[in-house]
Write a new protein. Structure first.
Length: 535
């Protein structure tokens, strides 16, 4: 079946190689794409992503004449991004990181286009390919940290605006205290949703705003302070209306409508900014051109680029299919992980350790257990002879696969009015079994006059790790070499009691860690398991 588009003869058979590539990509990335569409895009912050594929199709259609007019020059250089994409595929597959899978998919798509079209032809569709990145969520720990910073920024900005209106207000962390109520700036009010959506929108506006580069840069980056300012105004408006409408001003219809209002205000502001920038010198700007181009006939274009039988037999195509096919077979046909059970279930965790006593373990709500997707856990308060408590939380994962991995406390400890004042790592004793000095993460949190000190670390198959990057790298390596990705998170927190210094609270934590680590060794598998402990 053949179609003619403005003198360009298009044979449906030319899509045969494309169908083969799509089938291989679908098989390789099925689990990642399923998670992307069902899980990631269903989150409010990424709900705009459902429109991105349609926008990409429009952008490709918008550039179709320019694309068709450039002669294809297939090149082996296209294998560079393909190989990088395969490496990222295995990093994501074995470490349980979806972001690596998304970047892998994008690199392979770019590589395949480069492989068969060549650089000159690829440049005509660079923006649709670049824009494709906007439908991939950022890594979870990046989003949560960004959310926290935006929460605190929105809280401060909203508080300043409320004070400017002459209303008494007091801020503790992300909790705004008014004379008649308290407003907590939770994740949904951080402004991240509107910020990301406005960044994507401004990116499109910049593409169609064919003016001098400095004007386009200004237009793009202006959306960031605009989104932050509008979100602060939204919080201020909520505080004012709360006095008259009560809780209804912070929930339900108004909350959703106020979020929509950000876009109803932001879009005209950005359009006005475009108009003003267009008036500024230098005023000469290229128009958005869609000229009638002298398009080559199909038989004038390199045979290997348009004739399916030639493409199917081309060495580049055969090698690309072999690489992708082998990757697909290995990833679906070989199980790199084995589920490694903990040595003992945490239901058997002792309630008396040295001089520490616990009244009993605590149960998390099922909604949190489901969200964390952990295999086993223990939460308990241990009290020393001076009646001062340390809270212990251990989360254990038999395997860390895509969508099921450890959540760092750095992204969830702040909130509810608490804010980080100090952070870093500290050396600790109690890990003598590892035969080397060990450092763990440290955080000091404050809300008003109240303070807490927290230590946390990640026991991972005989290692003590302290950040998410280490987790992913060692998960990848151990999946290959040990066929294991099990691991745990250990977090201990204590209050800084009245009359105490932070250093006194830290000494209590250090003493507790020294006593509890040998006990944890019986519940969290180390580097090697003996035959009686293996599943």
């Amino acid at each position: 079946m053949t179609f003619n588009i403005k003198n360009y003869r298009f044979d449906i058979k030319q899509l045969f190689p494309v169908f083969i590539y799509l089938a291989l990509l679908a098989a390789m990335y099925f689990s990642a794409l399923k998670w992307l569409v069902i899980k990631d895009w269903s989150r409010e912050v990424y709900s705009y992503c459902y429109l991105v594929p349609l926008i990409i199709l429009y952008l490709l259609w918008f550039n179709k004449e320019r694309f068709a007019a450039v002669k294809a020059k297939p090149t082996w250089i296209g294998f560079v991004p393909i190989v990088l994409g395969i490496l990222l595929f295995w990093l994501g597959e074995l470490s349980g990181e979806f972001f690596s899978m998304y970047m892998s998919l994008w690199l392979i798509i770019v590589g395949l286009c480069w492989l068969h079209f060549g650089w000159d032809k690829l440049k005509t569709i660079w923006f649709p390919l670049f824009f494709m990145l906007t439908m991939f969520p950022l890594p979870h720990f990046v989003i949560t940290r960004l959310t926290l910073k935006l929460q605190l920024m929105a809280s401060n900005l909203g508080t300043n605006m409320i004070q400017a209106l002459g209303m008494p207000v007091y801020l503790e962390g992300n909790v705004i205290t008014l004379a008649y109520t308290q407003l907590q700036v939770v994740e949904a009010c951080s402004g991240l949703n509107s910020l990301i959506s406005l960044v994507v929108l401004s990116l499109l506006m910049v593409y169609f705003f064919r003016d001098h580069i400095w004007k386009r840069v200004v237009l793009f980056f202006s959306c960031i302070p605009l989104a932050i300012a509008l979100n602060g105004s939204r919080i201020t408006l909520t505080a004012v209306l709360y006095k008259y409408f009560g809780q209804a001003a912070a929930d339900g219809f108004f909350h959703g409508f106020s979020g929509l209002m950000i876009f109803l205000v932001a879009i005209p502001v950005l359009l006005l900014e475009m108009w003003i920038l267009a008036k500024l010198p230098p005023r000469v700007k290229p128009a958005i051109e869609k000229p009638e181009l002298a398009l080559p006939d199909a038989d004038q274009i390199e045979e290997g680029a348009v004739q399916p039988q030639k493409v199917l037999l081309a060495p580049r195509f055969v090698l690309a299919v072999l690489i992708m096919g082998l990757t697909m077979v290995l990833s679906t046909g070989i199980e790199f992980r084995e589920k490694t059970p903990s040595l003992k279930p945490f239901s058997e965790f002792p309630l008396a350790v040295a001089d520490w006593k616990s009244p009993g373990t605590q149960k998390m709500e099922q909604i949190f257990v489901d969200e964390l997707d952990l295999s086993d856990y223990v939460v308990a308060n241990f009290i020393d002879p001076q009646r001062k408590a340390v809270n212990l939380y251990v989360a254990y994962y038999t395997t860390q696969s895509k969508g099921k991995s450890i959540h760092s406390p750095a992204t969830c400890l702040p909130g509810g009015g608490w804010e980080f004042n100090q952070s870093g790592t500290v050396p600790l004793t109690g890990f003598e079994n590892l035969g080397k000095p060990v450092k763990v993460n440290r955080a000091v949190m404050q809300m008003g006059d109240a303070q807490q000190v927290a230590y946390y670390w990640f026991p991972q198959r005989g290692r003590i790790l302290t950040n998410a990057y280490q987790l992913k790298i060692f998960n990848f390596w151990d999946a290959l070499t040990l066929q294991r990705t099990d691991g745990a998170l250990v977090r201990v927190i204590t209050d800084v009691y009245a009359g105490e210094a932070v250093s006194d609270a830290e000494k209590r934590l250090q003493a507790f860690v020294h006593d509890i680590v040998p006990v944890l060794d019986g519940f969290i598998p180390g580097r090697a398991l003996n035959s009686s402990e293996k599943p």
